[in-house]
Write a protein that binds this ligand. Structure first.
Ligand SMILES: [Zn+2]
Length: 66
């Protein structure tokens, strides 16, 4: 399950990645489901919920990077 990420931080990450998945660069506008905000370094491996550790992530990559 996704952890809590403040809305302001989500907005920042969305704007930074411009609506594209940070891993495969597919556009969110062509996706049937909203993209997620993903932790680049998972919380379980010491990653933190901060801007530089977050990216926009499509559902396919969300499954494959975990
Ligand atoms: Zn992707």
């Amino acid at each position: 399950m996704s952890r809590y990420i403040p809305e302001s931080l989500r907005t920042l990450v969305r704007e930074h990645d411009k609506g594209y998945c940070a891993y495969c660069r597919s556009p969110e506008s062509l996706s049937l489901v909203p993209f997620e905000i993903d932790h680049i370094v998972p919380l379980s491996r010491g990653g933190e919920t901060e801007f530089r550790n977050l990216c926009l992530c499509c559902p396919i990559c969300a499954v494959s990077v975990q």
